[in-house]
Design a protein around this ligand. Structure first.
Ligand code: SAM
Length: 315
């Protein structure tokens, strides 16, 4: 599918998540590769190429810590459409994750251009201009955390600006919404900041589909709870953070449940006739249960439903 971007009218848990991502920031990329056998890269690339960003659009990648999605958005616009006008703001609540993302993206041609911006912020309230919980690290701490050479210049300060209503063409969130305390608030904020015709796209862990192979969900659960914390222990010296990640995947709603949450926040779902009129095609996902037929097509399962993509449009 592609979206006619140009055609449509132009707490406690928060603290815990902060510490989880602070402690995993440096080993984050390695762990992602180890846990998913590198497949997360394919999921992310598919997520972005399916969105087909182009035409000088304004994008916000929320919980974008690593820069993985922003890099792919800008690469796709440039290589598939010769577009060097599209802009991405990478927003994350965690300074260390954002710094890790800056470090990754400092190697790209977008670094230092107005195509790319980084900012601290909370997905649950994008109108906040106050900095979130963490105090900025000192320059020497930054250097240590990021293993930068001792006398390299300090990274620019991270701004925290309120995101205006109706200001964006595309809102993406990949493996981020699961970590937010109030998912409904995140969705409401996403809906607020998108312009009419703007697209919400989420990539997140889903529930494994057991319709073809009934033993699969149990097998996956076993892998998650037995293998992932141990991998965390061995590769990152941090069992607890990865135990938390596994539990957060387990707690996240099912694919149709999340689709309904999007709907309650005001989005028109992919798979609905009104969305099709705006060029938002069905993503094909279904559970086979009649109760879920109302949200059929709002998502697409990747790798047996281990991950899923959801699309909605603000009309
Ligand atoms: N999107 C990146 C990717 O796919 O590689 C990073 C995903 S990482 C699993 C989750 C990110 O969500 C972390 O960087 C974390 O700091 C961020 N995060 C958690 N709660 C958040 C919130 N309320 N607002 C913004 N970001 C948040």
């Amino acid at each position: 599918t592609h979206f006619g971007f140009r055609d449509v009218a132009s707490s406690d848990k928060a603290g815990l998540v902060g510490s989880v991502f602070s402690s995993v920031a440096s080993s984050y990329d390695l762990m992602n590769d180890a846990m998913s056998l590198g497949i997360h890269r394919l999921w992310k690339s598919h997520f972005v190429s399916q969105l087909d960003p182009r035409g000088g659009i304004a994008c916000l990648d929320v919980a974008g810590g690593t820069g993985d999605i922003a890099t792919r958005i800008l690469d796709h616009a440039r290589t598939a459409h010769g577009d060097r006008q599209t802009k991405v703001t990478v927003l994350d609540i965690n300074e260390k994750m954002l710094r890790a993302g800056q470090k990754n993206m400092a190697q790209t041609m977008y670094w230092g251009t107005d195509q790319l911006a980084f900012q601290l912020g909370n997905a649950e309230d994008l109108s906040l201009s106050a900095p979130p919980t963490q105090s900025p690290a000192s320059i020497s701490q930054q250097h240590q955390q990021q293993r930068l050479p001792r006398n390299s210049p300090a990274l620019p300060a991270l701004p925290t600006q309120p995101i205006a209503s109706d200001s964006l063409d595309l809102y993406t969130i990949a493996f981020g919404i699961r970590n937010c305390t109030d998912i409904d608030a995140v969705l409401r904020e996403a809906h607020r900041v998108l312009r009419p015709g703007g697209i919400f796209a989420c990539l997140e862990f889903g529930k494994v589909d057991g319709r073809q192979l009934p033993f699969l969900p149990a097998l996956y659960r076993r892998y998650s709870f037995d293998v992932i914390p141990s991998l965390g222990q061995v590769l990152a010296g941090d069992r607890d953070s990865y135990q938390y990640l596994v539990e957060s995947i387990e707690r996240f709603p099912t694919q149709p449940e999340f689709a309904r949450m999007m709907q309650r926040a005001g989005f028109t779902l992919a798979g609905q006739p009104e969305a099709a009129k705006w060029g938002i095609g069905s993503l094909g996902g279904e559970t086979g249960k009649r109760d879920d037929d109302d949200v059929k097509g709002a998502w697409q399962d990747l790798t047996l439903g281990i991950a899923s993509i959801w699309h909605g449009i603000k009309l």
